[in-house]
Design a protein around this ligand. Structure first.
Ligand code: SAH
Ligand code: SF4
Length: 348
């Protein structure tokens, strides 16, 4: 039987389990603090007795991802990591430097089952979901590697976070713990392809995180062609959930909108988008497509992007064109893992 991952545990859970192992409750907080420093072996928890460390090793798995690849942008210091997990699977994360602090983009699953046409993460389907501890590990080990604190998190790496709902929620609880990384919900964004039922469920949690919705198109025809999820939750249904999310949490929803030449960048689509978002505070991030070789889709021209932005703004919708960090290492979401898998296949 595989041992449970200790980094998935909250302090109250640890207290209970330690009591069952005959340990004092105050050890829970001590161990929890160690877990969140990025130690990779129980022996590094130096203020615990040797017998206790042995007991922990016998009862728990202490995950510690290994860096398999690391790409550092020579332009702005953005770092892209590819990690190997304890079962040999790989996930990627990105460390970004902004004037307001460091930000981490983390993965929530190995692969993804949503199958969006423009995305490298979905090509091989879903392998498995990450545990709360494995999502947390990406942050802990980026901090360890850089020696710098991370103050903002975006759940925008590989995977659909709302398809891994319970583990993602547990991750949010762990990362916000004052004895752990203590990163507040207002410093966290969760990006979803639009699982509307799960958005409704998330609203009821009444969290203060930013919900970021990958809309990419305001009309069902082109959205369904790019994103199979739209066949289950069409645009109007999705927007209803987004409005509800704002009404319940008071948090402005962000929309990701990838600019794809001839597919999503036409002026009538900008008008339709503005009409769709009318009535609730919203923010649109226009993202030039990162061409994934397999997809055959091309990014919009700069002229089309700015024309689109102007239409939105003249209708009262704020829109920014996303600054591309680390353009020299740019490999959007899932591309690093993809190229690694392909290389490994070539070697075989
Ligand atoms: N599954 C979630 C979060 C991970 S994807 C979601 O889809 O929202 C993170 C973001 O990257 C999404 O907005 C996604 O649409 C976008 N994305 C994926 N592939 C891209 C590409 N080739 N170019 C630009 N953005 C891309
Ligand atoms: Fe999955 Fe998001 Fe990629 Fe779609 S864009 S395949 S939901 S990771």
């Amino acid at each position: 039987m595989t041992k449970p991952e200790i980094k998935c545990r909250t302090i109250p859970e640890l207290k209970e389990e330690l009591a069952a192992l005959g340990e004092k409750p105050f050890r829970a907080q001590q161990i929890f603090r160690w877990m969140h420093t990025g130690v990779s072996d129980f022996d590094e928890m130096t203020n615990l007795s040797k017998p206790l460390r042995t007991k922990l090793r016998e009862n728990y798995l202490l995950t510690a991802p290994r860096i398999v690849r690391k790409q550092v942008s020579a332009l702005d210091g953005t770092i892209k990591y590819l990690w190997e997990l304890h079962d040999g699977n790989c996930v990627e994360s990105v460390f970004m430097r902004y004037h307001h602090g460091n930000s981490a983009c983390v993965s929530s699953q190995v692969g993804c089952r949503m199958g969006c046409k423009f995305c490298a993460s979905g090509i091989g389907g879903l392998v498995r979901s990450l545990s709360a501890g494995e999502i947390l590990d990406q942050i802990l080990f980026m901090q360890k590697d850089t020696g710098e604190r991370i103050s903002n998190i975006v759940l925008m790496g590989t995977g659909e976070p709302l398809d891994n709902y319970d583990n993602v929620l547990r991750f949010l609880e762990l990362v916000g713990s004052p004895d752990g990384l203590n990163i507040g919900q207002r410093h966290i964004s969760l990006s979803t392809s639009g699982l509307a039922d799960q958005i409704d469920r998330l609203a009821e949690e009444k969290l203060q995180i930013t919900l970021s919705v990958s809309l990419h198109s305001p009309d069902n025809e082109s959205r369904s062609a790019m994103m199979p999820v739209n066949r289950s939750y069409p645009v109007e249904r999705l927007i209803r959930s987004c409005r509800h999310y704002f009404d319940v949490t008071g948090r402005r929803v962000s929309y990701e909108y990838t600019m794809i030449d001839g597919v999503s960048d036409r002026p009538w689509q900008a008008k339709k988008l503005a009409a769709l978002l009318h009535g609730r505070p919203a923010h649109v991030n226009l993202i030039p497509l990162n061409a994934v070789t397999e997809s055959g889709l091309r990014p919009s021209t700069r002229q089309h992007v700015s024309a689109f932005q102007k239409i939105l703004e003249s209708s009262g919708v704020t829109a920014t064109v996303r600054r591309t960090l680390g353009p020299d290492i740019d490999a959007s979401c899932g591309q690093l893992r993809r190229s690694y898998i392909e290389q490994s296949n070539e070697k075989e």
